[in-house]
Write a protein that binds this ligand. Sequence first.
Ligand code: IVH
Length: 698
Amino acid sequence: MVLSLPIPYNTGMGKTDPATRIDELKKLIAIHSDKYYLQDRPEITDGDFDKLMAELRLLEDENPIFRTADSPTQKVGGGVRKEFAAYSHNPPMLSLDNSYNPEDLREFDKRVKKGLARDHAEYLTELKIDGLGVNLIYVGGKLKLGVTRGDGKTGEDVTVNIKTIGDIPHAVKTPATWARCEVRGEIYLRRADFLKLNEERMESGEEPFANPRNAAAGSVRLLDANITQGRKLRFYCYALYVFDKKGTAIRDTVLHSQIEMMEKLAALGFPVNDAYKKHTSIDSVLEVVAAWEEKRKKLPYDTDGLVVKVNRFPDQRELGATSKFPRWAIAYKYAAEQAETVVQNIVVQVGRTGTLTPVADLTPVLLAGSTISRATLHNEDNVKQKDVRVGDSVIIQKAGDIIPQVMKVVFEKRPEGSKPWAMPKKCPACGDEVARAEGEAAVRCLNRHCPAQQLEAIIHFAKRDSMDIDGLGPSRIEAMAQKGMLNDIADIFNLDYAAVAEIEKMGEKSAENLRKSIEAAKGRGLEKLLVGLGIRHVGERAAFLMARAFADMDALMAADEEKLTSIHEIGPEIAQSLIQFFADAENRKLIDKLKKFGVQMEGSRETPAAQTLAGKTFVITGTLEGMSRNEAKELIQRAGGKVSGSVSKKTDYLVAGSDPGSKLDDAAKHGVKVIGKEELLKLFAPPVPTVPDYPSPP
Ligand code: IVH
């Protein structure tokens, strides 16, 4: 067969249309890849093959709506993407000019008024979400592309990863005249999810992310979308552009202001951060800027400031943009709080899986409202790279406003004779060997009986998310371990309560209460037990799936990789980790001991809850009588409902106990129904068929 060789494509008007040529190129590339990779019989030179690919890439860049996920430009060999394809933003994704104090904002207001040639302007303030800017392209209401901001002109096509983000709709009901629309916004991670991710990374010897922003950016740009999916990424949008089928921008014919655009985005089903506010004076803007300085610290995600935008679109058009920034918007950045202090010592902590973490003991210093006396140094390489030494003056900062970090050394103040710090060659807790596996950042203690590891394992086992043993917190566990009463997890169920009562500040009453809560913990079941055992890669979700799939621990222990990976969402990494854990004689002994002490190991598959709350979203606030918020959350989730942290238009019910706080106001604002515990319990019951009234006797 004679194959047509690359036909140069003419981009001029009236020639082959791009869609036809793209199809032709894809077919040619598929034929030649096959001959090259599978049949080992190439018929064209590598150079000619590259030309076909280059032409396809160019055409797709010029006509991104024709770039499909199955295009050869998106794949390498077995379907793994070598790198992300480039995409040109139109209009470009501009950056924002920054302001740092009220004077800067007053200057901005003056420039705006001058530009508009009048003495009043309307503004909208929005939170500046600290994440990764992205552009989502919808064609005919269907999500076709997700692209990073990149340098503002060209971004990376990360569609596959973007599609794993639950907040991002794959299809929206747009008017028929909207041939294409672009939604721009920020992908971010909540602080709690960031902390959890970093914990997991450090446990598995990976470099922790510096802050939630970096973690979100790193997660969006992963080559394996399965990993992105596990990262709990979220999305807030702040801009919409609309084009008709000729590609003409038509947004401003239907929407007239920033605030109308935000309302439209929310109505279409996009997540919009509802902290936006309209202002008719810069004084009012400055009040909001001052108010958020403290309030933003209580948000579950990071904001690095506010964005102030001229509200009305005709005014925005009038003001225009420089090559870098729009003249109608400005970011207001709050200063990251930093403090200087002295490293008194560098100590090494041993984690549950033996990871050695260097920690700086600091001269106590006030930072962002709390006194800081310790800061993590993450790992050996980080200490080396920053060259942190005992006695150094250092600048500390809160990462994502939470964990304090040592940012840098003030070298001018370094005392004479200081020595570089080195990781100890032996475990500081047990004196055993330590080692650093190739490619890992973590140094680990290799002694599994290391008392520090056992202590952390017991603390993890008793935690609320694991076996939830009330009254068995870290300090008590430590006290009991010191007395030799707790050497491993199983010892929890074999305590001598007379001896427990003797422990300082415990007494008989506390010992009796502890006995009761340990008794109660025995019945938590397989799911909580698996979380408590702290098996690598087996978090809450995997534990939930295991408990649903297996009748009990014995059935789980007997399962091979094939059986485990046949469970939806369970991949080979989790399966292997479980197999290795159960193959270990010591772990099997531990499970036998737990069984002997009466710890229940049944799965949850016999009692699937009726999915009476499927599709409903709840927010829980205040103190519910006789039920913790966690218990309420679990009940709702088991009945198929979702529990969210903040009230929005999408919330169906706010479950309020006593002292409900500001969420009640939010519910009133969005017209969300407020219910109490009793009404919640009624919702769980499947609908009762109505019985006709018994006819009353004549
Ligand atoms: S408006 C032309 N609004 O901050 C207007 N940006 O430092 C451009 N960002 O690139 C952006 N929250 O990634 C806008 N409410 C918000 C934002 C926001 C976060 C990001 C965005 C932008 C960067 C500029």
